[in-house]
Design a protein around this ligand. Structure first.
Ligand code: PGA
Length: 253
């Protein structure tokens, strides 16, 4: 049985004060939600990670980074390593979020190196995949998602893969207010699970959590979560409001 997982990606939002306030509100509002019923995480901007981790305190909410570099250390100006993130108490990292793929220009090859580095360094990667609007219109969704999953996990053994969460995030639904229908989400998630079964084995594919992301909100969370292969939600905009994020978590339990 896969435990639901709800994560908030704060993107390039909040400030010193509001990031701590948001973390505290989420931590106190989730105190009655049993850890065994749902995994929870927030992904603040790098610079606020230490204070957010402190504010999350003894709550059941983990912290993660939105990005990092795959090298261990050295002359990589401006970059942050897996060991630095571990050092300050991070648990998760996003890999290949669509904004990094399509705004910053990250390739499948780079994303694969990041997934591998995260696992080797003891962080849990959330590999994000998803098609652009034009790709969906051209009926290329399956092809794109298959390519991104295969390339993102290339060279990784079954043992390593058990640390991975996949997030299916159709790019046309991210930050647009458009949400994939529960059926569209289920179709893509089922595709990913079948692909994982083919790449590894059926038992492992049954264990890996596949999150949906793309305008997830309190009013659509329950019907998305009701889909057989939707194991959680990666929430952007709505995770910046503690009440909305907590409502989404409750809908996922
Ligand atoms: P959104 O973002 O919920 O604002 O659409 C989701 C994401 O990018 O992870």
């Amino acid at each position: 049985m896969r435990k639901p997982f709800v994560a908030g990606n704060w993107k390039m939002n909040t400030d010193n004060h509001s990031s701590v306030n948001l973390a505290q509100s989420i931590a106190s509002g989730s105190s009655e939600i049993a850890e065994k019923s749902v995994s929870m995480a927030v992904f603040p901007p790098f610079v606020y990670l230490p204070s957010v981790i402190k504010a999350l305190n003894v709550s059941n909410i983990a912290a993660g980074a939105q990005d990092f570099y795959f090298e261990q250390n050295g002359a990589f100006t401006g970059e942050i390593s897996v060991s630095m993130l571990k050092d300050i108490g991070c648990t998760f990292v996003l890999c290949g979020h669509s904004e990094r793929r399509h705004v910053i220009g990250e390739t499948d090859e780079l994303i694969n190196k990041k997934v591998a580095a995260a696992i080797s360094g003891g962080l849990l990667p959330v590999l994000c995949v998803g098609e652009l609007l034009d790709e969906r219109k051209a009926s290329q969704t399956n092809e794109v998602v298959t390519r991104q999953v295969k390339n993102g996990l290339a060279g990784l053994s079954a043992e390593k893969i058990s640390a991975v969460t996949i997030a299916y995030e159709p790019v046309w639904a991210i930050g647009t207010g458009l949400t994939a229908t529960p059926q569209q989400a289920q179709e893509a998630h089922e595709l990913v699970r079948k692909l994982l079964a083919k790449m590894y084995d059926a038992r492992l594919a049954e264990e890996i959590r596949i999150l949906y992301g793309g305008s997830a909100k309190p009013d659509n969370a329950a019907e998305l979560m009701a889909q057989q292969d939707v194991d959680g939600l990666l929430v952007g905009g709505a995770s910046l409001n503690a009440d909305d994020f907590l409502a989404i978590i409750r809908a996922a339990v």
